[in-house]
Design a protein around this ligand. Structure first.
Ligand code: ATP
Ligand code: MG
Length: 257
């Protein structure tokens, strides 16, 4: 689609060459293509314009599929921006995991925007039933602005940091149960890598792959989530949990664990 920018050709080419020098667009034989850094700049610009952020801080997480940064706002609230980066690492693994057909380079931008949209939906849905998950603030393109949780990834916690593993396990399954029973959703990537521990309780993060409980593969997906947690607690704390009981509890078929 063509849109009129109200710029002369010379001015347009001058501006594009500047954007190219910043690394926001890439020159190709057909013209210029927006690239990830350009999409980042557009999202940041929008958050600033909307008065949501005023500064960027340190990098706090570099996942397989995202970069997470601390940001500051004039209101002083702690927040993070998660920029989606699907396709940056293993293209093949991503394609298999998400069953995409072969994307062209600019289609990665769309894929990342879709993932951010899905995370927005997941966060809102989960928070809607009071799950301990970051509160959603805003989204622009492939970037999700959310509450910063002051916690450590469960995987990185030392054994000694967690004084009551049994209680933590019950809390995690309590959250998964709330998701399943009250919001009809399953995180779909629940593991010690997607749980932050704040010294007292757990926070479930990372929702772009959530599924609804009527998804055709819901029971396998739920079982995988529950298994991940059961085996983590067995490995780390030597704590045995009956998988069937845990599954029934999360599904709401059992009142206590
Ligand atoms: N709201 C938040 N508050 C504090 N830290 C966060 C928050 N969201 C993400 N992080 C940090 O960023 C890391 C990556 O986040 P997340 O798991 O959502 O992304 P990811 O790219 O999907 O990770 P992966 O694909 O490796 O599981 C987390 O492990 C955590 O350290
Ligand atoms: Mg993650």
């Amino acid at each position: 689609m063509r849109a009129s920018l109200g710029l002369s050709k010379d001015k347009l080419l001058f501006r594009l060459s500047k954007l190219n020098a910043f690394g926001f667009v890439r020159k190709s034989e057909h013209g210029y293509t927006l690239v990830t850094a350009g999409l980042d700049a557009l999202a940041l610009h929008s958050f600033v314009q909307r008065g949501l952020i005023s500064g960027m801080g340190r990098s706090i997480g570099m996942g397989k599929e995202s970069d997470v940064f601390a940001v500051s706002s004039d209101s002083g609230k702690q927040a993070v921006i998660k920029f989606y980066r699907i396709g940056r690492t293993s293209f093949r693994a991503t394609r298999i995991k998400r069953s995409y057909s072969t994307p062209k380079s600019h289609q990665w931008l769309e894929i990342n925007i879709d993932a951010a949209r899905k995370e927005e939906e997941g966060l809102k849905r989960a928070r809607g039933v009071n799950i301990q998950t970051p509160s959603f603030i805003a989204r622009d393109r492939h970037a999700v602005l959310m509450q910063e949780i002051e916690g450590v990834m469960l995987h990185a916690c030392n054994k000694e940091d967690i004084d009551n593993p049994a209680r933590l396990l019950r809390q995690i399954f309590g959250e998964a149960r709330k998701a399943f029973v009250a919001a009809n959703m399953i995180n779909g990537d629940l593991s010690e890598y997607n749980i932050l521990y704040d010294g007292e309780k757990s926070w479930i993060i990372d929702w772009p792959q959530y599924v609804l409980t009527d998804h055709p593969n819901a029971s396998e997906i739920l079982e995988r989530d529950v298994k991940n947690i059961v085996s983590y607690f067995l490995r780390k704390f030597d704590k045995n949990t009956d998988l069937k009981r845990a599954l029934d509890y999360v599904r709401g078929a059992l009142d206590s664990l």
